[in-house]
Write a protein that binds this ligand. Structure first.
Ligand code: RIB
Length: 305
């Protein structure tokens, strides 16, 4: 029986061009075609958690347009409940423009559209309804800071485990990372660049240990092709090595990590076991095109451990 996860974050459509290499400033690169995929860090993580066996509710926003309706249909088809997704008049659904190079590396620019309209009160109301039946809340930050803050504060105030994926690092986000008496801070899952943006310069391990001490909560740093680093506030550090994989498209690998991590925590796994499963799932996810193309099922994750 899977656990119950609430994901708060963005919903996009991804317009993807596969090109030999990524463009430099002012440069044009040409690929054979544009492909459309479901995207958005929140929606992607919700799909990853659902495929990993969790019962998932998504909170976010789309525009009242064909793109938004198609995005919601696709999410329902994945078993994600979308009653927390507002359908907003007069704004388009979020769009991500993505170039993927021959090595699977990507470059992404997002037009936020409806994601910029995710409101504090919407998030609070949806979470207050859902939290009595929720085992883990996952928040990512392609939505306004006020919505992120209320999501983290509402979850942590009632002691529901909260994972905060600071992707991207919003101005002002660091203010949320100060523990308050009696409350657990959010468990952070930055990549190396996001960790640097939160902590300033220095070796990755040292900065992660410092951040975990500051937030009094674990920090899990995703290291791309080098696996992941799990750091507990007491100073325990464990490196999870990468699983060998064929890299086709790294888009959505972090979202897969976060969705599977939240699903595992919700199902009762400990920190290290949840991160191990997420690390394996992220490696499996990069073997196919599209943010969600390679996201594995619970069975495939288990068979690949
Ligand atoms: O993390 C990958 C995602 O980032 C893409 O799906 C794109 O929509 C952007 O939000």
């Amino acid at each position: 029986m899977g656990g119950r996860v609430v994901v708060v974050g963005a919903v996009n459509v991804d317009l993807v061009v596969a090109a030999e290499r990524l463009p430099g400033p002012g440069e044009t690169v040409v690929g054979p075609r544009v492909e459309h995929f479901g995207g958005g860090k929140g929606a992607n993580a919700a799909v990853a958690a659902a495929r990993a066996g969790a019962d998932v509710l998504l909170i976010g926003a789309v525009g009242a347009d064909d793109t938004g309706r198609a995005a919601l249909d696709e999410l329902r088809g994945e078993g994600v409940r979308v009653d927390g997704v507002a359908v907003l008049d007069g704004v388009p659904t979020g769009v991500a423009l993505i170039v993927v190079d021959a090595a699977g590396e990507n470059q992404i620019a997002v037009g936020a559209g409806a994601n910029a309209g995710v409101e504090r009160d919407q998030v609070r109301a949806a979470l207050v309804d859902a939290l009595p039946h929720t085992d883990c809340v996952l928040v990512s930050t392609e939505i306004p800071l006020a919505a992120v803050v209320v999501a983290v504060e509402t979850a942590t105030a009632v002691g529901v485990p909260c994972v905060l994926n600071p992707a991207p690092v919003l101005p002002g986000l660091a203010g949320l990372l100060v523990p308050r008496p009696g409350l657990h801070g959010p468990l952070l899952t930055p990549n190396v660049g996001e960790l640097a943006a939160l902590t300033g310069p220095g070796p990755t391990g040292v900065r992660a240990v410092g951040l975990a001490a500051r937030t009094e909560a674990p920090v899990v740093v995703t290291l791309g092709g080098e696996g992941a680093l799990v750091v507990e506030p007491g100073g325990m550090v464990e490196h999870l090595p990468p699983r060998p994989t064929t890299v086709c498209d790294t888009t959505g690998a972090g979202d897969t990590f976060n969705g599977v991590f939240a699903a595992q925590l919700a199902a009762g796994a400990g920190l290290l076991d949840a991160a191990r499963a997420a690390n394996v799932a992220a490696a499996l996810s990069v073997a196919q095109v599209g943010a969600r193309g390679g996201m594995p099922s619970a069975e495939l994750i288990a068979a690949s451990m």
